[in-house]
Write a protein that binds this ligand. Sequence first.
Ligand SMILES: Nc1ncnc2c1ncn2[C@@H]1O[C@H](COP(=O)(O)OP(=O)(O)OP(=O)(O)O)[C@@H](O)[C@H]1O
Ligand SMILES: [Mg+2]
Length: 264
Amino acid sequence: MTRTIAVANQKGGVGKTTTAVNLSACLAEKGKQVLLIDLDPQGNATSGAGHNPDEVEKTIYNVFLGGISLKDVIRTSKVSGLDVVPANVLLSAADIAFASDIARPFLLRNAMRKTTTAALVHYEFIVIDCPPNLGLLTQNALVAAGELIIPVDARYYSVVGINILAGMVREIEEKLDHHVELLGILVNMFDRTTTHHNAILEMLKQTYGSKVFQTIITRNIDLSDAEANHMPITLFAPKSSGCRNYQTLAEELLALSEMAPSSS
Ligand SMILES: Nc1ncnc2c1ncn2[C@@H]1O[C@H](COP(=O)(O)OP(=O)(O)OP(=O)(O)O)[C@@H](O)[C@H]1O
Ligand SMILES: [Mg+2]
């Protein structure tokens, strides 16, 4: 069964895309079939998976507009087992284009359901990269996903931000009757030598207990260099600490039993 995982946080620059791309690549490296869906008009996950967002012909936005199926926009990547559904800046028009559409929170879920089951069923993981806001696109990701990863940086306002996102998850549950299981909060850009970072980590563990991933992603320049070179870390710097961190995260995720039914 496919596990559909949204990577979300309304705060910008906390490592959503870095996590979506590199976790997907590490799962693929472990022999899993993975589909990475870029749901951010910035197109950073598209780029991280090796495709130029400005040059891709069809994107997730074309699927939302209709007449083209999700399976028709799937692209392969240089990582065996990792495919990608691209996005680019045109997706930023979605808010206005679907403003009066009664099914607006269900655009992605419906696209996934309409795509012939055979086209998606062989993916063991679908990972969705979200934009830095709680608007229509993040809402669509949460409605399409069964599970959620929240990457955070080790700063005070990250803790506050989690509550706001958790509020949206509750609202989706109450008003749209869809449950998304919090798979884990992922501490990123961590520096063990910084007292403040350690204090925030402690605070997160006290508040969210086992929902904080044991794996911590430390600050590692290879991760940003991989991004600049449009490559997952598994290809760019397989021996780096950043790669090791994401491999460990993939192992932790695989060890966690499936906690939520996927809606794909
Ligand atoms: N652990 C890390 N070590 C070093 N650099 C990192 C790390 N994680 C992310 N970065 C870098 O920080 C920047 C922000 O990361 P990323 O783009 O993944 O965040 P984001 O949450 O997806 O941002 P946005 O909200 O704009 O979509 C990028 O340049 C990325 O390469
Ligand atoms: Mg991003």
